[in-house]
Design a protein around this ligand. Structure first.
Ligand code: PHE
Length: 454
């Protein structure tokens, strides 16, 4: 067990850690991205591959991050510094912590814009703006939002401000409280939406789409998409789970609670699919790609359903809640690091917030004023998304797997984890060989994409 103490405080219990870590994991990745990539990549067959990736790649890194965090009890940068020193390794490993901090800030800049859309749509739903609307009008609603930089700014700023408020309040009064209130609310809303979708929508087609494996659609690309997503959805590679581990009380089984977090995250992604696709199929709509599915296809479906505006509002509220508890975890590595350097928590949060906000403005403008700016066929928004999610995140995860698997002694890991030797060995085996090879593949795919775009 770690002998160090966190200056930032600790979660009040194992359950509090579970809520906070699940809050980080469950986000736009689960509710927006998962359903559409699952459908796009062969439904049931993709889901089987994705589950395998979560178990073989995601879970071992999740356990590694939490273990390192609890041993170091500091921000990822300082945790890596202490552990590298303890183990007599190069100090250069702190670089992994810095990569994570930068990724978290970049991810939050575009994440806030998408979460801001959800806030706008929450209001649109309550006003019945898309009730009975045609496909054309629903698309115009979305274009009207993204085309208006000030309206977009208002919502993303509001989203960010609330996230920063929770961050500034600290580990227990802020992060833990947010997760404790929002996660149960999110779960109840999601169950209500699933029930609604199964009753008024086309449940049979949705089940077939999501759960009937069509193995002929499996290929290398599907495998890579599944691996990449197993990363993003578990918040790995940026140190978010590491810093959450730094606040975990001693005596909590890291293995067990990590398994629960991964299971809850996967369960919620599947439920999100069941809340969305029955509605999409009931109207004979195509499961469109990217932002379209949630912000144009789904409102069209809700708009044609009984009580659609009300349940539409519940859906967008769900997205915002999920995004808030993820947002706070993206900046926690940096906030904790600044605090360790003697900057007060409120100031640290404001400083990080200012940077995220400025980058967020770039993301905002990339849809309107700067929509013509592109690099290798990608808009600024797509570029930020690509570089952080597809390059920096896997890189961070790869290095974390290498550090834990090869640089930290088995004895230190065993002391922190407190599991039987065969289980530890099995985990290490996966972490040393399977995970790095898997991540390397995701990475090569990303590089391949760059080449493809050239
Ligand atoms: N896991 C979050 C989601 O699925 C995204 C995230 C990535 C959060 C990295 C924190 C760190 O939406």
């Amino acid at each position: 067990m770690s002998e160090r103490k966190s200056i930032h405080g600790e979660w009040s219990s194992r359950l509090a850690f579970f809520f906070a870590a699940t809050g980080s994991a469950v986000g736009l990745g689960n509710i927006w991205k998962f359903p559409y990539i699952a459908g796009d990549n062969g439904g049931g067959a993709f889901i089987i591959v994705y589950l395998a990736c979560v178990v073989l790649i995601g879970l071992p890194i999740l356990i590694a991050e939490v273990t390192l965090g609890r041993r170091g009890r500091e921000s990822p940068v300082n945790t890596l510094r202490s552990l590298a020193l303890d183990e007599g390794r190069s100090r250069a490993w702190v670089g992994v912590g810095f990569i994570g901090m930068v990724s978290g800030i970049i991810i939050l800049s575009f994440y806030s814009v998408v979460a801001g859309w959800s806030l706008d749509y929450l209001l649109l739903s309550l006003r019945g703006a898309y009730a009975g609307a045609s496909a054309d009008r629903v698309s115009r609603l979305f274009a009207g939002l993204t085309g208006n930089p000030w309206r977009q700014m208002l919502w993303f700023t509001l989203f960010l401000a609330v996230s920063l408020w929770f961050s500034a309040r600290g580990v227990r009064a802020g992060l833990e409280r947010a997760a404790r209130i929002m996660m149960p609310a999110l779960f109840v809303l999601l169950l209500l939406l699933v029930a609604y979708a199964l009753i008024v929508g086309n449940a049979a087609d949705a089940f077939a789409y999501l759960f009937k494996p069509d193995f002929s659609r499996l290929n290398g690309q599907v495998l890579l998409v599944a691996m990449g997503h197993s990363f993003f959805t578990l918040s790995l590679g940026i140190g978010a789970m590491m810093v959450y581990g730094a606040y975990m009380p001693n005596g909590v089984s890291i293995f067990r609670v990590s398994v629960w977090v991964a299971a809850a995250d996967t369960g919620i992604a599947l439920l999100a699919g069941l809340a969305i696709f029955p509605l999409v199929f009931a109207k004979g709509l195509a499961p469109a790609q990217g932002p379209g599915l949630i912000f144009t296809t789904l409102p069209l479906a809700f708009g044609a359903m009984p009580l659609g505006s009300l349940f539409g509002a519940a859906f967008f509220a769900l997205l915002v809640l999920a995004a808030w508890t993820s947002a706070v975890s993206m900046i926690e590595p940096t906030v904790a690091w600044l605090e360790e350097r003697g900057v007060g928590r409120v100031r640290s949060t404001l400083a990080v917030g200012a940077v995220v906000w400025l980058l967020g403005m770039v993301m905002d403008f990339s849809f309107n004023i700067w929509s013509g700016v592109a690099w290798q066929g990608r808009s600024l928004f797509e570029l930020f998304n690509f570089v952080s999610s597809d390059i920096m995140l896997p890189l961070g995860g790869f290095l974390i797997a290498l550090f834990t698997g090869w640089m930290v002694s088995e004895r230190s890991l065993r002391r922190e984890l407190g599991v039987s030797r065969p289980l530890l060995r099995l985990w290490l085996l996966v972490l040393r060989y399977v995970t790095p090879v898997g991540v390397l593949l995701i990475f090569l795919n990303a590089l391949g994409l760059i080449r493809g775009a050239l």
